[in-house]
Write a protein that binds this ligand. Sequence first.
Ligand code: FCB
Length: 512
Amino acid sequence: MNVPTTSTVTLPDLVTAQSRPLPVDFVIGAATAAYQIEGARHEDGRLDSIWDTFSHTPGAVVDGDTGDVACEHYHRFGEDVALMRRLGLQSYRFSTSWSRVVPDGRTVNAAGLDFYERLVDELLGAGIAPWLTLYHWDLPQALEDRGGWTARDTTDRFVEYAGAVHDRLGDRVRTWTTLNEPWCAAFLGYTAGMHAPGRTSVADGLAAAHHLLLGHGRAVQELRSRDASLELGLTLNFTVADPLDPADPRDVDAARRVDAQMNRIFLDPVFRGAYPADLLEDVRGLGLTDHVVDGDLEVISTPIDVLGVNYYNGEAVAHWRPEVTLDDNVNGGRTTRSPFPAADSSFRHPRGLPVTAMDWEIQPEGLTRLLHRLHDEYTGPAGVPLHVTENGAAFDDAPDADGFVDDTDRVAYVRAHLGAVLDAAEAGVPVRGYFYWSLLDNFEWAWGYAKRFGIVRVDYDTQVRTPKASALDLARIIATRVLPTGRASTAAGSPDSTEAAGTDDRAGERDA
Ligand code: FCB
């Protein structure tokens, strides 16, 4: 990617004995997704996506929150890009809304594309490299009404949509990822009922997973045929599943199932052109193979140029249910079930690690292991570099009277995970960059506005944006090209602070 290496933020040089230089070409940015920030639900021809329908369903989202207004990014994108520029972000990962570009699933809406053209031009003008994701979960409702991702035809519509976005932006955007986290789209959406469209069917989740993969492969072929120089790929979300008791074969099998049904169900088709044998055994008779047509896996394994890695945490897995559970599922009274099609005897156990406000354990070393594993087993043999396309944390932010959040916990989280990425990079894993999730506090899916991941605070009453200490800290890291590795100070966000959170201290100062 073409990215700037200097920042407009003037900051002191922090090269100290305790700090770690970033690799020369390492790119740091932040990520968002259309439905989570844009608002403007029915403006300029946009029609509903499955998330509009779902969020307006009683009990589906905490407090009945919706993305109708969100961060008003549709109208405030200029201000948001200016803020990114001030922070020195080198790249911005965003998604285009299918429901804005092809609202009824078939007819291209030029006004929807106008918005993304304005956004991309603004980014390029600010020296920020756009990283475009075509699908971050907002399927047009019109297509869901015709079967959604359980219908093979949806892959035709996805290719048409990819082409429409490329027609407009192909001359300006170099990096295109087809899907964000197909595991969530398929299994949280069609099997667990926790995300849109809220179905609770094992068979539907498996059908959706296969069609998402097929849509990915077909879109890569389409874009590649238009321009061989594009950088193409997809983003997957991963867990690092460790058996609670490595000596107990039942725990080993429980962890294997989680790994197969979350990680390898996508990795193996993309990089090896086949579903894993053990997965096929686990889901035998549940419907997956009913949808696999000759030639599909060749399409799905069309070579890609980059793998996006989303990592939040790993897990310890056992064959028995713990007394105390990590509780990160929303349940507003709706019927939900496990997202895993065939892992009813796999249970996640708390390990006593500090947790974020999502009850997600903070485990930076899992990211280092994950990057090594991906490189050794999948991307390395294919010659594909890695990018961390999401990593971040929700905490219970406490703004001061000016709206400033001194989020020492998030500062420590980011530094620890960036350190974990550098550990892998310095050991030879080609990991080229890191996007923090998220630039802004935003609509966190079934959690609505109750969870804040941003490095920039959004006051939802006034839409005022206030960079948190973590934004200032990230700006400083980008400007100095150095990751501090000392201990976090209470004023960690002060641009003048030379103290830092320890990677050995992992969770930093959190009092969990
Ligand atoms: C990921 C999603 C992203 C955001 C983060 C917290 O699974 O891709 O939209 O919700 O989790």
